[in-house]
Design a protein around this ligand. Sequence first.
Ligand SMILES: NC(=O)c1ccc[n+]([C@@H]2O[C@H](COP(=O)([O-])OP(=O)(O)OC[C@H]3O[C@@H](n4cnc5c(N)ncnc54)[C@H](O)[C@@H]3O)[C@@H](O)[C@H]2O)c1
Length: 359
Amino acid sequence: MKTLKVRLGPRSYNIIIASGILKELARMLSTYSDITKVMLITDKNVARFYGPIVTESLRPYKLEAAVATIEPGEEQKSLSTAEVLYERLFQHGMDRKGLVVALGGGVVGDIAGYVAATYMRGIPYIQAPTTLVAQVDSSIGGKVAVNHPKGKNMIGCFYQPRAVYIDPSVLKTLPREELTQGLVEVIKYGVIRDAGLFNYLEAHIEELLGLDPEVLEKVIATCCRIKAWVVHKDEREETGLRSILNYGHTLGHAIEAVEGYKGYRHGEAVATGMVLATRIALLMGLAGEEVLERQKNLLRAAGAPTDYRPRDIQEIFAFLRRDKKALAGRLNLILPTKIGKVVLKEVPEEMVREVLTSG
Ligand SMILES: NC(=O)c1ccc[n+]([C@@H]2O[C@H](COP(=O)([O-])OP(=O)(O)OC[C@H]3O[C@@H](n4cnc5c(N)ncnc54)[C@H](O)[C@@H]3O)[C@@H](O)[C@H]2O)c1
């Protein structure tokens, strides 16, 4: 078992990582002396595999538990689903002595966290992430949100969980393409902050894909440590540090949107965004060829694409200009200078055009 701390003064909390911890969840929750009721929020896929483990484990304890199960999928991260969940909380008589347990991927974590943040002006919640994306990224840091027709995550707030319980063994039921989504984020951590992690990934990618428990736990813990550090330094995205987590994401979001959220899944779009950002870094003389080749090799080994040719380059630029992180005529992008180090740079549009049209 590994325990890490997210240091945020009175909002500090632990991240506990251990194979099989899901079975122990109820015992851990029973130590919260202020909690009398629990609402487990999950989705249908996760409920099928892990719902009974958690509800059964709650039985011996004096915690009145109920379960709210939503359909899987990004479309569920909506205000209308949030309303259904508020209704379930009222039915179960939840007040501030009630605890929301978010059991699932980033979709469940984001909406359950948002509902906990807003129901009765905020009730406690914990994260029990079940995808690799959620275990290394979305469950930590307190960004909770639902989507709006105007854009993803447009309605939300910062609301830290009371704890994060990560059980790497649940990844055995995760579809392979979902694992790849998470591996892209893992590789991203290596590039932005930790050359040692990147080296380790290069040496152990096969074990990681095979879900070797030791390798998995070590990698998840390393990523969580980086995320916890970034959140500690810049909880509300004010100092700019948290923006390093956006490496590959500005171009990735544009690719995802232009491809109609179909051809490229989020992680795949981020992988191509990372490669494009690195090619820009090469053009600007900030990084050497090795930084590009090592990332491409690792991303490919993880099952992610590394090449992208836009169908319509104008659409990409139209999206980038609308993107909140973009400036008129120039883009602010996170670019690598070496493995383990990134910088924020203003990049002329022509350079983005060049990497999108050559390659
Ligand atoms: N809050 C943040 O800081 C943050 C960071 C990154 C991403 N996100 C958000 O996270 C969401 C994406 O999360 P995700 O990639 O986890 O996707 P997801 O929650 O949609 O889960 C992916 C799929 O895997 C299934 N699943 C989950 N765990 C499983 C398991 N153990 N076994 C079998 N199936 C399982 C789900 O039912 C779903 O079908 C997006 O909405 C994104 O905006 C938030």
